[in-house]
Design a protein. Structure first.
Length: 152
């Protein structure tokens, strides 16, 4: 098979109309799959893939927080725990690989070398993976979840 180049225009509309063009040199079989994955990448599908990846890798206490209307940094935040530095780093690495394979996303990471707290930024979904002690210390989800009103 000879490689071919395809261009995909995806209309992107929020405040103004913008067209995104993506070119990829692919073989006949992988080209259609790659273009389909790029078409379906939205924050909900990325969130679903993130949650599935963390669950598959035995992530614990997985919490998702809707950030729409609270912050401009993304649509969702996901917080999860791993039992060890090795598991935390491996979960982050597998998540990056899965997002790249499914959506063609290159996500940014911080903290993967130490494995105490790894941040994976996909753009629309921000993922924090902690060791339990570090998660308890920072209590990140308490800052973003709605406050509880006390009676009396």
């Amino acid at each position: 098979m000879t490689p071919r180049t395809e261009a995909l225009s995806v209309p992107f509309q929020e405040d103004n109309a913008l067209s995104l063009t993506i070119s990829a040199e692919t073989s006949a079989n992988t080209g259609a799959h790659a273009m389909q994955a790029l078409k379906t990448a939205n924050s909900e599908s990325i969130l679903a893939s993130v949650l599935q990846s963390l669950d598959d890798d035995k992530g614990e206490d997985i919490v998702q927080i809707n950030l729409r209307g609270k912050s401009e940094m993304g649509d969702y935040m996901v917080i999860a725990s791993g039992r060890s530095t090795r598991q935390v780093s491996a979960m982050a690495e597998k998540l990056q690989d899965r997002l790249k394979q499914e959506f063609g996303l290159i996500s940014k990471t911080e903290g993967k070398d130490t494995g105490d707290w790894v941040l994976v930024d996909t753009g629309d979904v921000i993922v924090h993976i902690f060791r339990p002690e570090v998660r308890e210390f920072y209590q990140l989800e308490k800052m973003w979840q709605p406050g509880k009103v006390s009676a009396g």
